[in-house]
Every structure is written in C-alpha cells, then in structure tokens.
Ligand binder design. Structure first.
Ligand code: NAG
Ligand code: NAG
Ligand code: NAG
Ligand code: NAG
Ligand code: NAG
Ligand code: NAG
Ligand code: NAG
Ligand code: NAG
Ligand code: NAG
Ligand code: NAG
Ligand code: NAG
Ligand code: NAG
Length: 537
C-alpha cells in the first residue's frame, strides 16, 4: 500500500528489530573463548598472572566462566569490570593440540580483554566474540626480530625461544572443525570442540592464510620475541578476520613515536604480503586485507576507517608509569570528541599529513575512561609502558551509534509510522508500543533527528510530533513534560488558536524541518521515539 514507506521503515529499523537487536561491533558479544599463549619471560620457570578483564555494557548481566570444566559466575551492572585470574596451568605450552581454553558466556553484551603477564613480559588483546569470528584469516608477513628469525640465528623448533613465529587456531564452534593452513605448503588440522592448534610458521612453508569449515579465532606471535637481560617477552596479537574487500588504514604517527626507525606496517592481502617501513609521508594504506603495526614489543592491528566506531572504553594499568589513548578522527569533527565528560583542547590535534584525519594523545588517569564522539566515528588505541615494557591494542568498542548524549549501548528508536492517523491516535499508538510521539525539545536532539530523517525526506511531506497547545491556557507544551526552550516554527507560525492545536513537522525537500500548527484531526504520518540506553561515564 505504501511501498516507499515500507522501504523507509526498513531503512530506519522497525520498532521491534531496532529496540532489541544486539549492536553489531567486532568485540561486543556474549560468548567468548580465550587462550593464553606460551609466555617464556625468563629462563627459569615462574608462574604467570594470566587474566581476563570483563566489562558489562548493561545492568543485570550474569557472566559465567569456565576452565577445566569448573564454572564460576558473577553478576555485573553496566560499567562493572570483573578481573578474573586464570589458573596458571591454562597457559599454552608447545603442544600441537591442546584443550586449555577459558570459556565465557553472558546473558547480555560484554567485552573481554585478555592479559598475559609474567614478570615484565606483558601483552594485552581484545577478544573477538565467537559469533563475530570468521572462517578466513590472512597470515601477516613475519617481522624480522633478532633471535627469532634473522638468517644468522639458528632457528630450532624444539627450543621455543629460538623457534619460528607461530599461529594459534582456536575452534569457535562446539563441534568438529576442519582447518587448512595454506601457502607454499598446506597443512590440515581437525579440531574437536574446545580444542586449540598451534602451527609453527617455518620459513619453507610460506604459510599465507587460514581457512576453516566453521569459524575459528587465530592468534599470531612468538613467546620470546622481546629480548632483555636474560629474559624474553611474549609478542602476540589476535588476527582480524580477512575483510574480503579493500579497506583504508591510517597509521597515526603517535603510535610509532620513539620507535620510528624500527616501526613497520605488515600488510597481508590475498596472495601477497609486504612489510613497509614506517614513513611519516605515507600514513594511509589501501589494502585488500589487513594491516598490522609492528614496533619492538608490540603487534597492533590497525583499525580500518570502515570499522571506526563512536564509543570506546579504556582501562589504565595501575602499575604502569604511562597510560594513554591515541585517537584518530576526521579533522572537521575533532570538536565532537569527549574523554569522559570533557572536551579536548583543540590546539593539541595534529593533522595526519596527506589525509583528512587528525590525531591526538590523551593521558589516562587510573580506572576506566570512556572516549566517545557526539556525532561521528573515530578510532581509539590504547598504549602504555613501564620502563621498556610496552603494551597496546585497539581500545574495546562499546558502540557504533553516535549520540550527542553519550555512549550508546542500545540506540534510540526513531520509528516512522506507515499508517497516517490523527494526532490523538498517533500519540496513543506510540504509547501502546512503549514509545512516545517524538518530542524535539533540545537543539542537539533536533540536529541529530533531522540528520537521520534527511535522506528520507523525498518520500513524505509531513509528520506529527509531540507538541500541542494547552486547551486551558493556550500555551504550547511537549507531551513528555520537557520545557519548550527551542522551537523551529516556520514563517508566521504558530498562527492563532483557531488555526490548530497540534504540531506537524515538514519533511519535504529543503523545508528545513519547520513546524506548523495544524488541525489535530487531520491524518498524517507520525514518528514514535524512544531514548537510547547509555553506558555510564
Ligand atoms: C551464546 O551462547 C548461548 C548458548 O551457548 C546461545 O544461546 C546464545 O545465542 C549465544 N549468543 C550469541 C550472541 O551468540
Ligand atoms: C589448576 O588446574 C590444575 C589442573 O587441573 C589443578 O590441579 C589445580 O588445582 C588448579 N589450581 C587452582 C588454583 O585452581
Ligand atoms: C606437532 O608439531 C611438530 C613440530 O613441532 C611436528 O613435527 C609434528 O609432526 C606435529 N604433530 C602432529 C600430530 O601434527
Ligand atoms: C612496573 O614497574 C614497576 C617498577 O619497576 C614494577 O614494580 C612493576 O611490577 C611493573 N609492572 C608491570 C605490570 O610490569
Ligand atoms: C590461500 O593461499 C593459497 C596459497 O597462496 C591461495 O591459493 C588461496 O587462494 C588463498 N586463499 C584465500 C582464501 O585467500
Ligand atoms: C639490563 O640491565 C642493566 C643493568 O641492570 C640496565 O642498565 C639495562 O637497561 C637493562 N637492559 C634492558 C634491555 O632491560
Ligand atoms: C584469492 O586469490 C585467488 C587467486 O589469486 C582466488 O582464486 C581466490 O578466490 C582469492 N580468495 C579470496 C578470498 O579472495
Ligand atoms: C568531514 O569531512 C569528510 C571528508 O573527509 C566528509 O565526508 C564529512 O561529510 C565532513 N563532515 C562534516 C560534518 O563536515
Ligand atoms: C580531503 O577532503 C577534500 C574535501 O572534502 C577532498 O577534496 C580531498 O580529496 C580529501 N583528501 C583526501 C586525501 O581524502
Ligand atoms: C580490575 O583491574 C583494574 C586495573 O586493571 C582496576 O582498576 C579495577 O579496580 C579492578 N577491578 C576490580 C573489581 O578489582
Ligand atoms: C530548557 O532550559 C532550561 C534552563 O536553561 C534547562 O534547565 C533545561 O534543561 C532545558 N530543557 C531542555 C529540554 O533542553
Ligand atoms: C523531492 O525532490 C525530488 C527530486 O528532487 C522529487 O522527485 C520528489 O517528488 C520531491 N518530494 C517531495 C515530497 O516534494
């Protein structure tokens, strides 16, 4: 009957779908499988502190965690963090196949960070939930690191610290899964439920990619790639799934700071890999695959512009001397970035030469910091150091829906209704669906909603909104009780009492969403609305 409107409803997200659907970000999910890679750290055995940091996005979250079949659980509210230290024996060794995993299941959305710590050897990673895992991964080129793979060093697979880099493949499903590692040689592994395989990336094998029948997670690294005073540090990263299309990657110079000469960009595309030395005159790469920044002590997957998001939460390491975030955003919207509740001084932004992006470094105070944008998407990385120990990763994403009010865990509902109705029926229909007829009481909300309606304004002319005239005193009021501070009346509107008691908003081309008073009995489309649910800042 209203084909255009049906399309609109699909585009805007129907009421039932938008209010309940989980928000699709790479690291937000409910089910996770975590492994802790072998961490040598020193030439005598010492126990690790391998941890997961679980952050709840919503109130009433129950997280269940299991290692060696032993369950533990904890109830969390939005913003709560559960630091859980895993059994030290869970750390992987040199086995080809192992069942040493930690599984995490939650009834609501959470994020999980894994921390591998032994003496000064520390690495962190943002874990990908099982429902976001992939069946295809590209193996990055192996960085040249003294002691691990220089031609003059003896590479001996049975002596781990002189062994080659390895990949760790984690079965992402509760059933058998066949995995193929391909390159010059091909290796096949069959994983049972809960199993993990380690494959050494021997030079002659030239392994390029991992494909599996069903989803898997893939880690890439070396247990002893950071050589120190009779110690050696673990180096690893969780690989991003192969994107299957060309993406743009930016290299913010702040991530290479103090190590420009040693920083590399590891590019993995289908069929070709390359290692680019960091070059401050070339900060953007188009890659039909993945890009990982390497600097001594750190493997950091770069965030492609297509995966930019709106809200991130970063946690400083209390024992570290420096903890900071690096933010990358379009130069024209730097003023929308917030760290907690605060704006960032505009003088501190640095342009990324040859691009339209800028970046900044923000020092983090202890505890949790929410970094969000009021209207656009951006990238946020976390870095920290303690003497020569360096850590860093992509900051965990909480939200990809921008909102001027904060960090969204459930987006606002903006429902354009298909069936025209009078104002009174419109008001009631919204209320019956646990929504309210749209009230546009602040200029920030007007701007955000107009932005969402703009692209659809060719299809219909006018919609009812939630403002009407009091029959007692003739004053205009918002039906949700907000004060009438900021209005958008058209020329000569509102007219006298006789012209109409209800407010209609034009959506038609180029009319600037102006409001008019109109006859409440007239049939018009209408917009039902629900506020977003926000993460505590
Ligand atoms: C998480 O796992 C549970 C049980 O294994 C399943 O019912 C649920 O759908 C999963 N959730 C997601 C988001 O994959
Ligand atoms: C860790 O796991 C091992 C092997 O299952 C077990 O013997 C040991 O008691 C566990 N330690 C703790 C502290 O739970
Ligand atoms: C396990 O890995 C070793 C090398 O570390 C290899 O020689 C051996 O064949 C592998 N075993 C299996 C069953 O794949
Ligand atoms: C950081 O350095 C201090 C002082 O050297 C040390 O006590 C602490 O254990 C280090 N913390 C970590 C996590 O490495
Ligand atoms: C994996 O690598 C092999 C060998 O280079 C190549 O033939 C194959 O197309 C690649 N597969 C994917 C999915 O990239
Ligand atoms: C090794 O130890 C010496 C003396 O304690 C110290 O000066 C040096 O910085 C250390 N080197 C590294 C790489 O930690
Ligand atoms: C990778 O490239 C090979 C040939 O170059 C092609 O056959 C294959 O489909 C590609 N795989 C993907 C996933 O693009
Ligand atoms: C900012 O610039 C980008 C191009 O770099 C453009 O796509 C976007 O519309 C601009 N945003 C604003 C608010 O001007
Ligand atoms: C930067 O933005 C301008 C104007 O939007 C555009 O013409 C130019 O191509 C952009 N430059 C890059 C490197 O994207
Ligand atoms: C978890 O660890 C962080 C530091 O990494 C700390 O700030 C926080 O208080 C810890 N939370 C709990 C509940 O112990
Ligand atoms: C209207 O203005 C008052 C006073 O400035 C303010 O307290 C109130 O929050 C505003 N209301 C809305 C809906 O913006
Ligand atoms: C808006 O403009 C487009 C073309 O510019 C036209 O096709 C459409 O009918 C117009 N819609 C309204 C509601 O005036």
């Amino acid at each position: 009957m209203y084909p255009l409107l049906l399309l609109l409803l699909l585009l805007l997200g129907g009421r039932s779908s938008e209010s309940t659907a989980p928000v699709p970000y790479d690291n937000v999910g409910q089910n996770f499988t975590v492994v802790f890679p072998e961490n040598i750290a020193s030439y005598y055995p010492s126990p690790p502190t391998n941890m997961v940091k679980i952050t709840a996005l919503k109130d009433g979250t129950t997280v269940k965690l299991q290692q060696y079949g032993n369950p533990e659980h904890q109830d969390l509210d939005a913003g709560d963090v559960w630091n859980f230290t895993a059994n030290a024996t869970l750390e992987l060794g040199k086995q080809n196949i192992s069942s040493n995993t930690l599984t995490i299941n939650s009834n609501k959305d959470i994020t999980v960070q894994a921390i591998s710590l032994k003496q000064d050897s520390l690495q962190t990673a943002v874990v990908i939930p099982t429902d976001k895992l992939s069946t295809t991964y590209l193996i990055p080129p192996i960085p040249t690191i003294p002691g691990t793979n220089n031609p003059q060093d003896l590479v001996v697979q049975t002596v781990t610290e002189r062994g080659p880099f390895r990949i760790i493949i984690v079965n992402g499903v509760q059933e058998q899964n066949k995995v193929t590692v391909e390159g010059l040689k091909t290796q096949e592994v069959s994983l049972q439920s809960g199993q993990v395989a380690q494959i050494w990336l021997e030079e002659g094998a030239g392994y390029k990619n991992v494909t599996a029948e069903k989803p898997v997670a893939v880690l890439f690294g070396h247990p002893c790639a950071i050589l120190g005073n009779c110690s050696c540090g673990l180096l690893y990263t969780i690989l991003p799934p192969a994107p299957g299309r060309t993406l743009k990657y930016l290299v913010p110079p702040l991530l290479a700071k103090d190590a420009e000469g040693e920083t590399r960009v590891l590019l993995a595309q289908n069929g070709s890999t390359s290692v680019k030395p960091y070059d401050s005159s070339s900060l953007m790469y188009d890659v039909a695959g993945t890009a990982i920044l390497y600097r001594p002590g750190l493997l950091l997957p770069l965030i492609p512009t297509a995966n930019f998001a709106c809200c991130f939460v970063v946690t400083a390491f209390p024992t570290f001397t420096n903890n900071y975030a690096v933010i990358v955003v379009s130069s024209n919207v730097t003023d929308g970035v917030r760290v907690g509740k605060d704006r960032i001084s505009s003088a501190d932004w640095k342009k990324l030469g040859g691009t339209n992006y800028s970046s900044i470094q923000v020092t983090l105070s202890l505890g949790k910091t929410v970094i969000w944008h009021t209207s656009s998407k951006m990238a946020v990385y976390f870095q920290g150091n303690n003497g020569s120990t360096l850590i860093g990763n992509q900051a965990p994403v909480i939200s990809s829906s921008p909102d001027f009010r904060g960090c969204v865990v459930t987006p606002e509902v903006v429902d354009l209704e298909e069936q025209p109705n009078g104002w009174r029926e419109s008001f009631k229909n919204c209320a019956d669906s646990d929504l309210e007829l749209l009230c546009l009481s602040s200029t920030d909300l007007q701007k955000q909603i107009y932005g969402k309606l703009n692209q659809y304004s060719n299809a219909i002319q006018e919609v009812w909104i939630g403002m009407r005239r009091s029959s007692l005193n003739g004053q205009w009021y918002w039906v949700n009780g907000d004060s009438v501070n900021s209005t958008n009346w058209g020329d000569g509107k509102p007219g006298g009492v006789e012209e109409g008691q209800c407010t209609i908003m034009s959506l038609g081309n180029g009319t600037g969403f102006q409001w008019s008073d109109d006859d409440c009995c007239k049939d018009a489309h209408y917009i039902c609305y629900k506020e977003p649910e926000l993460f505590p800042i």
